[in-house]
Design a protein around this ligand. Structure first.
Ligand SMILES: NC(=O)c1ccc[n+]([C@@H]2O[C@H](COP(=O)([O-])OP(=O)(O)OC[C@H]3O[C@@H](n4cnc5c(N)ncnc54)[C@H](OP(=O)(O)O)[C@@H]3O)[C@@H](O)[C@H]2O)c1
Length: 307
């Protein structure tokens, strides 16, 4: 099969011929139709072992169901999440990381959901029932942020979206359910999902309400120091910081199949849009990487696996 495998020079992947994956008993073999890119995985490409098939988020069709008879049948349209191997014509996906895709959800929409959607969903669930709570999403214009805004709104929260340029993104984010689109924090929040890190994380920590939770998801350089005034946390008893790693969460809770099913249902109901701002062919990944990393687009970039 053809796959985008890791290389040592930019754009750090190349289309190559590799052996087809051999699924384990609890894995379905999926013929890939589209995959989305995550900022974190694109930034991580230079660190991959040469020849590794990259990619986490996949939408496609089951070519061969799992031999243990679990999971979707042959021919089912599916969406799934893997630790590597999605940027290929075929990928073996554990059935607990795979969900069927309803007819009303396109391949492109489905491909936007795995990493960004599951991370946003799990992050909000850390806050419990968010009905009528003050929820802040930082980095709200990004892949995770746009989905988190929509999910929090659908769950009945009062959503504030922290962005760099409110004038530029106010209409987009209001349309996704944000009641306030802001550039700085002036009030406190019950649940904060921080998609930026660094100084923004420090500022968010200073705006936690009593018993509030700040969900830390943003990838940081390990030696970066983050500061906030201790007194601001002292005045919020019960407030906590929860570091969320999507792989750890899904492993601890038996997979992501149910989450993916819930996300697809929300798309079908018109309550969620995966926000694919770039669509292209996997034969030109560099254009998508550039659009994502140079912030020419927000939301998600999706590549179709064309012949
Ligand atoms: N923990 C996990 O399991 C997990 C899972 C998925 C993602 N992540 C991490 O979560 C973060 C978000 O992921 P993503 O895929 O959504 O990335 P993304 O699409 O690049 O989104 C990040 C957003 O943050 C915005 N931003 C940057 N600096 C800002 C600031 N000072 N104030 C307000 N907004 C700011 C950017 O907007 P501009 O266009 O204005 O720059 C961008 O839209 C990344 O660090 C990623 O690695 C972690």
């Amino acid at each position: 099969m053809l796959a985008l495998t890791a290389t040592s020079t930019a754009p750090y992947v190349a289309l190559s011929t590799v052996a087809d994956p051999v699924p384990l008993g609890d894995q379905a073999l999926v013929r890939v139709r589209a995959f989305s890119l995550n900022r974190g995985e694109v930034l991580g490409l230079p660190g991959l072992s040469e020849g590794l098939v990259a990619g986490w988020d996949v939408a496609g069709v089951v070519e061969q169901p799992a031999t243990d008879a679990s999971g979707p049948p042959a021919g089912a349209r599916v969406v799934g999440l893997v630790r590597a191997g999605a940027w290929a014509q075929l990928v073996a996906v554990p059935v607990n990381m795979l969900s069927e895709v309803p007819d009303g959800v396109s391949d492109v929409q489905a491909a936007t959901l795995p990493t960004a959607g599951v991370t946003a969903l799990r992050s909000l669930e850390v806050g419990g029932l968010v009905l009528a709570k003050r929820v802040l999403i930082t980095g709200a214009t990004g892949g995770v942020g746009r989905i988190a805004v929509q999910l929090a709104h659908a769950a009945g929260a009062h959503v504030s979206a922290l962005v760099r340029n409110a004038a530029a993104s106010s209409s987009l984010l209001s349309g996704l359910g944000a009641r306030a689109v802001i550039e700085r924090l002036e009030s406190d929040f019950d649940v904060i999902v921080d998609c930026v890190g660094g100084a923004v994380f420090g500022e968010a920590a200073e705006h936690l309400a009593q018993r509030g939770v700040l969900v830390n998801i943003a990838t940081q350089r390990p030696d970066d120091a983050i500061s906030f005034r201790a007194g601001r946390l002292d005045r919020a008893p019960g407030a906590r910081i929860y570091t969320l790693n999507q792989w750890d969460e899904t492993a601890a809770q038996g997979g992501a199949a149910k989450d993916l099913g819930r996300l697809c249902a929300l798309v079908t109901d018109g309550q969620l849009d995966g926000q694919a701002e770039f669509e292209g062919s996997w034969r030109n990944p560099a254009a998508a990487f550039d659009a994502l990393l140079q912030r020419k687009i927000g939301g998600k970039a999706v590549l179709r696996v064309t012949e």
